[in-house]
Design a protein around this ligand. Structure first.
Ligand code: HSE
Length: 297
């Protein structure tokens, strides 16, 4: 039996739509071994698909097929800590978990470089799957079916505070609301800010982050799908966040906060309580630089 640990991810980081993402220390776990049947369960009571349509299983099967091997079955036990359909990379975690698990069971025929591309083929957006596999902050560009990427490790004590609404937002719906075309001015606005983000994060120029997370390609459209989002962003800045953005396709919002700030979460929690958003969750996270890890049991 192997145990695979996959981090949650936060994609886009404001202006880096479809190209920037980072991994955070919130993990799903998958126990996996070969079997003569499909035996899928969850250890935490979360409902999971138990047929070959299960995304972990189908990703593993895809990798077996790429090796020309038939997959008879797998025993899979899922522990799901990444909230589903909330913009924290739960689908990517399933895809990466399935691919890395299968690759390990087969004796690692594929390198990480190859897995980055296989995962992107399955998911479509390398800004989530690549940091889920590699950790750190990743810049990933998909060009003619190949992902060109850079992973950078982040050594800082910043907190990434995930504000997780109690409703789901599908990526498909959050992409449908985007315009087909944007102006040259808006494209330029985003290019400059996306470039500023990772350089500022890595060099510790945190005062730039507030500017770097501003975006004109997706957040102005998606924010309308997330009740109370503008109020939460305003409050985050009032409480001295370095920046706040919609995580992935939403509805989770991420605030980047000084590592020594112990008041932010207390005050934000109180604020959500005043808005009677008691079903919303707040998680204090930090960057994961390791990515997916496998342990033999
Ligand atoms: N970059 C993607 C989006 C992330 O924002 O739609 C979700 O997969």
């Amino acid at each position: 039996m192997i145990r695979i640990r996959i981090p949650a991810t936060s994609a886009n980081l404001g202006a880096g739509f479809d190209c920037l993402g980072l991994a955070v220390n919130l993990y799903n776990y998958i126990d996996m071994e070969e079997s003569d049947k499909v035996d899928i369960s969850s250890s935490d009571g979360t409902w999971v698909p138990t047929t070959t349509e299960n995304m972990i299983y189908s990703s593993a099967e895809h990798l077996y097929n790429l090796c020309g091997k038939k997959l008879e079955g797998l025993k899979i036990i899922q522990e799901n800590n990444i909230p589903m359909t909330r913009g924290l990379g739960s689908s990517s975690a399933c895809i990466i978990g399935g691919l890395v698990g299968a690759n390990t069971l087969l004796g690692s025929p594929f390198s990480n470089e190859e897995l980055v591309n296989i995962a992107s083929d399955l998911e479509g957006h390398p800004d989530n799957t690549t940091p889920a596999l590699l950790g750190g902050i990743v810049t990933a560009v998909l060009d003619e079916n190949k992902v060109y990427w850079v992973k950078q490790e982040v050594q800082n004590a910043l907190k990434f505070v995930a504000i997780i609404p109690d409703f789901k937002l599908s990526t498909a719906m959050a992409r449908e609301c985007l315009p087909k075309e944007v102006t040259h001015m808006d494209a330029r606005f985003n290019l400059s800010r996306a470039a500023l983000f990772s350089a500022s994060l890595l060099q510790g120029k945190y005062e730039n982050i507030k500017i770097a997370v501003n975006d004109r390609l997706h957040q102005p459209y998606r924010i309308k799908l997330i009740n109370h989002a503008q109020e939460v962003f305003d409050k985050a800045y009032e409480l001295n966040a370095y920046g706040a953005y919609i995580s992935g396709a939403g509805p989770t919002m991420m605030a980047i906060v000084d590592g020594n700030d112990n008041d932010f979460v207390v005050k934000l929690r109180k604020y959500l309580g005043n808005l009677q958003l008691d079903g919303w969750e707040i998680k204090e996270l930090s960057i994961d630089n390791q990515g997916t890890v496998v342990e033999y049991r």
